[in-house]
Ligand binder design. Structure first.
Ligand code: WTA
Length: 658
């Protein structure tokens, strides 16, 4: 898929698929059964937001009732002020109190597959006991309400347990994706001023062990802040051990009491920090608070996936808990809905490329949520893999993280969904906490490539710099004009960056950072980022982060990084580097630079294309000509001889005259 052909196919795409007629019956009743029902309720949610959200909040438990529903405007958004609750209570204890303690909360499958997979199933009772033990252990280790706990783990049940234990005792968590490097851990620990890291000895990925504890060990040398490392034994790999700092999970958790009272949290107390990339500088800590986030992720989970408890549904989101998708749609939005959430530890193609479909068949998955990059990989691996399996349990298919090309959308619908499952293409962000633009499976007619309509209470629009709506099908800035319950509450420790990034460009509105257009039917189409953020396999990276890591290598003087269309990843990374005098371009240097970026950030940031150049093309005012670099990179075969220096001077001069 080239970028050009994808844009063309999206611009000319006009197929409309109504929700399949059989959906209502197959799912056991659609919450929002028609477009009319959606429109009516949407209108109410915009006109009377307080009333709408109070009704939703009433479905959950509060220790003390709120005084006001939404009491302020951007940027200092507050929801359910005066209310007290605990999200762990709503995920776990509430289900037990309602008599559902023996229902399944989490189904987990490990990656190793020796004839039979390793499966663990936790009921709400089990989860309660484990979470309480972990919460008590954290207290014993000195964690107090308000302390930030860093979590760097593989996809094991203890990851969800640790997250919930933090919520239980009011200690905000900062989960770092297990693919990030020691440097990335140290940066985040420093920014969050966190003293404790929870990790695993290792985690399984495509049959190998990812050495998580080793990475944390290196991080402890890069920052002095970490004084406690709590380690879960998963892979039994060799690790080094520092007495006084390192503590085995089983040593401390197993001896704890199975009860731990939930902290009563103010609705606006911080629930977690999650670092994400922006245009400039290091990743920023996005802050989410308790009450609004709880209510919003609960409702979006329920209505977008049509979760119905007690109907043998099994929901599976393939994301890692290290991303916002995992926070909101593996744990926090799911557990209050009492539909089991499936967690899978490993790779989609281990031991064979049919692993996901094998899991869907064996666990009778009903709602499946994944990223376009995965769908494109499945298409490439061939239809024979899904065809081997009975996928008839599936009822709703979701996608998230990046624009989905119509070809992948159609494949998902036909080959995985057998034309019987609505596709929910959900647009949202770390900052939004939950789904913003999305179809509702029983109501919204869908078109491949469009994330369709706003969710309830979301006043989304496409505007110009003055905040005026642009015309039909005209491109513009995607904004949200009114606060919603899970609006980010800030960038940790950096008020200016918070205001500058989201609220400075268009007065009084939340700027998403994406461009979009709205078509004649009111459907939104995401066109791409307006900043220097790129989306590699649905993972957010700042081009500047990659540039900084390249120039931190002795041999590189200057670097420019751009996104290039990539068949599977959606966007790949192309890097152009000028070398220090005395350094010669070579394959070895290229490998060394890739490795260096992997160490500085993580494997996902390694450039797909790396070119050396004697100068970067710049305008007379000194701006790097990124469009030119993108053109050059897009026309480049990554296997070409990269030792040849790029000569941009001629091209640059030509462009400069424009
Ligand atoms: C992109 C992930 C098109 C978008 C939940 C956004 C999408 C960024 C979609 C946020 C979608 C996410 N269609 N683009 N359905 N979903 N994006 O913070 O550019 O990791 O701004 O959150 O991903 O990425 P983040």
């Amino acid at each position: 898929m080239s970028e050009q052909s994808n844009i063309e196919s999206i611009l000319t795409e006009s197929r409309v698929f109504e929700p399949p007629q059989s959906f209502d019956e197959r799912i056991g009743g659609a919450y929002i059964p028609s477009l009319d029902a959606y429109e009516e309720l949407y209108k109410r949610s915009i006109e009377s937001p307080d009333e709408f959200w109070a009704e939703v909040a009433d479905e959950l438990d509060w220790f003390e009732q709120w005084n006001t529903v939404c009491s302020s405007d951007f940027p200092d958004v507050k929801w359910f002020e005066g209310g007290k609750t605990n999200l762990c209570h709503n995920c776990v204890d509430r289900q037990i109190n309602m008599g559902h303690g023996d229902d399944l909360a989490i189904i987990w499958e490990g990656e190793p597959y020796n004839g039979t997979p390793e499966i663990r199933q936790l009921t709400y009772h089990d989860l309660h006991a484990e979470v309480c033990r972990c919460a008590n252990a954290l207290k014993e280790l000195g964690v107090n309400k308000g302390d930030v706990v860093t979590i760097y783990m593989g996809m094991v049940p203890e990851l969800a347990i640790a997250v919930l234990a933090c919520a239980r005792i009011g200690a905000p968590h900062s989960v770092i994706f297990g693919g990030f490097s020691s440097q990335a851990i140290a940066d985040r620990v420093e920014d969050a001023k966190s003293n404790i890291v929870i990790t695993c000895d290792g985690s399984w990925r495509r049959g190998s062990v990812v050495p998580l504890k080793d990475n944390v060990d290196v991080a402890t040398e890069l920052t002095e802040l970490i004084d406690t490392v709590l380690v879960i034994k998963r892979c039994n790999n060799d690790i080094s051990w520092q007495e006084g700092r390192d503590v085995w999970w089983h040593d401390i958790c197993d001896q704890q009491d199975e009860d731990c009272q939930c902290e009563s949290m103010d609705a606006e107390d911080m629930l977690f920090l999650l670092y994400t990339s922006g245009s400039t500088g290091k990743p920023k800590g996005i802050m989410h608070t308790t009450g609004g986030y709880m209510v919003y992720t609960y409702l979006t989970s329920k209505w977008v996936f049509n979760l119905i408890p007690g109907k043998d549904q099994v929901y599976w989101c393939t994301a890692d808990v290290g991303w916002i998708t995992g926070h909101s749609y593996i744990i926090y939005g799911l557990l209050p809905n009492r539909v089991p959430t499936l967690m899978y530890e490993g790779a989609p193609n281990f031991p064979e490329p049919d692993r996901f479909w094998d899991i869907v068949e064996r666990h009778k998955v009903t709602q499946f949520y994944t990223a376009p990059t995965a769908i494109r990989a499945f298409m490439k691996w061939g239809d024979e893999h899904p065809s081997k399996h009975d996928l008839s349990s599936l009822k709703v298919l979701g996608t998230v993280g990046e624009p989905i090309n119509p070809e992948a959308w159609m494949w998902y619908r036909e080959v995985i969904g057998n034309n019987a499952c609505p596709i929910v293409d959900t647009w949202w962000q770390t900052e939004t906490g939950g789904h913003m633009l999305t179809p509702l499976p029983g109501a919204t007619p869908t078109t491949p490539g469009s994330c369709t309509r706003p969710f309830f209470g979301i006043d989304a629009a496409v505007v110009d710099d003055d905040g005026n709506e642009v015309g039909e099908n005209e491109g513009g800035l995607l904004v949200v004009r009114k606060p919603w319950p899970s609006t980010l509450r800030g960038v940790y420790g950096d008020r200016d960056r918070f205001i500058d990034t989201y609220f400075a460009r268009v007065d009084g509105m939340y700027l998403a950072g994406d461009s979009a257009r709205k078509d004649e039917r009111g459907n939104f189409w995401i066109m791409g980022r307006i900043d220097d953020v790129i989306n590699v396999s649905g993972h957010r990276l700042g081009t500047m982060e990659v540039e900084s890591s390249l120039v931190s290598h002795d041999s590189v003087v200057e670097a420019a990084v751009v996104g290039v269309p990539h068949e599977i990843k959606g966007t790949g990374i192309a890097a152009f580097c000028t070398l220090a005098s005395g350094c010669q371009p070579s394959e070895e240097l290229k490998d060394a630079l890739r490795k260096h970026v992997g160490e500085e950030i993580g494997a996902i940031a390694k450039p797909d294309i790396l070119k050396f150049t004697d100068a970067l093309p710049k305008t007379r005012s000194g701006k790097i000509m990124r469009r030119l670099l993108r053109d050059v990179a897009a026309g480049t075969d990554s296997n070409q001889d990269v030792t040849t220096l790029e000569d941009f001077t001629v091209l640059a001069k030509l462009r400069d005259e424009e």
